[in-house]
Design a protein around this ligand. Structure first.
Ligand code: PHE
Length: 339
């Protein structure tokens, strides 16, 4: 008759030897698989006397269930161990030094443009962008720069056709905004402009930021107040502005705006060429003719406008002495402007 304890002992011993999944599956084949120990015991039933067959069968079945349960338990254990080992291997040492990737930074011109937009956005300005290819009408005529008027020579224009040109300033943005919008208007027009001009402080392509405010009772004082706020934010709290009379066909009166030298504080130095002041932009009260050209009643409304050279602000702010530096894409130069 079958010695249950011995069979179980042999199976347990075998299972103890299985330490990994491959060995466990070997054990399964040997014990529970086709032609394995249990199957052998089942086959042994043929030799068992008829009246004992039932009890024998039940015993073998019981051994089979017991072995299967033992196997399942071991399997779970081995899988758990394997998982733990895997976790251990995959542990990341966050204190290990890493290879540093170089981080890019904004181009100084972009950074200054953003900064300028932020300052004006704080005063409630919206952003508008016009086309770089303009027609005579928007770039000149409706801005009161009439044909054959000598003021056309103030800007050396790149003409594309009889009528089309690369905009020489962002002021055509004023016309486009006033055509599209009724007062009150408060917009900034940043963008590239083009003039046939090239030296240390001029480039055939450069950027401007136009400002336009149209509402009731707008005066030159509003312009100075806004620009004071602008230079304080861009340069220093002590910065002041000074307006000098000037001429632009689209503003009346027109002004050149200087900022007190933020390097010497007004005493006079190489940056301000000994004057204590640095010219930063042009502006004025919008010429009534320009308002009327855009269908705005100049007896009811008035406006102010200004145009700031972005490169000029960047050069002053960072002490860059050649405008070309801003367009050369010299990485070593640009790296210095990491914020
Ligand atoms: N468009 C003028 C220029 O490029 C600047 C300006 C803008 C002056 C708005 C007055 C008002 O020189």
């Amino acid at each position: 008759m079958l010695n249950v304890d011995e069979v179980k002992k042999a199976i347990s011993e075998d299972l103890k030897l299985a330490e990994n999944e491959a060995q466990l599956s070997e054990f399964w084949k040997k014990c529970l698989g086709k032609g394995g120990t249990i199957q052998g015991l089942m086959n042994g039933i043929k030799q068992v006397a008829k009246e004992e067959k039932k009890a024998y069968g039940q015993t073998v079945n019981e051994i089979k269930n017991w072995a299967q349960a033992l196997y399942d338990e071991k399997k779970e254990e081995i899988e758990k161990q394997a998982l733990l080992k895997k976790y251990e291997k995959e542990t990341i040492d966050v204190t290990l030094p890493v290879k540093m990737r170089p981080m890019g930074n904004l181009h100084p011109l972009t950074a200054v443009k953003h900064e300028m937009m932020n300052v004006f956005a704080g005063m409630g300005f919206e952003i508008f962008e016009g086309p770089e290819i303009e027609d005579d009408d928007h770039n000149f005529t409706r801005l009161n720069v009439l044909k054959d008027h000598p003021s056309r020579d103030m800007q050396d224009t790149f003409w594309l056709t009889e009528d089309l040109l690369l905009r020489t300033h962002t002021s055509p943005g004023q016309i486009r905004v006033m055509d599209a919008q009724k007062p009150p208007i408060k917009v900034l027009v940043p963008g590239k402009v083009f003039r046939s001009d090239s030296d240390a402080t001029h480039s055939p392509m450069f950027s401007q930021m136009e400002g336009l405010v149209v509402d009731k009772h707008i005066t030159l004082c509003d312009l100075q107040g806004m620009l004071d706020e602008f230079v304080k934010n861009m340069f220093s709290d002590a910065a002041k502005t000074r307006l000098r009379p000037s001429y632009f066909p689209f503003t009346e009166p027109s002004v050149e705006v200087d900022v007190s030298c933020f390097k010497c504080g007004g005493k006079g130095c190489s940056l301000c060429k000994g004057t204590g002041w640095i010219e930063v932009l042009g502006g004025g009260v919008v010429n009534n003719k320009v308002l009327e050209n855009c269908g705005i009643d100049s007896s009811e409304y008035s406006g102010l406008a200004f145009g700031i050279g972005i490169e000029r602000i960047a050069m002053l702010k960072y002490g860059i002495n050649h405008m070309g530096k801003l367009f050369e894409n010299d990485i070593d130069f640009l790296k210095q402007f990491k914020a």
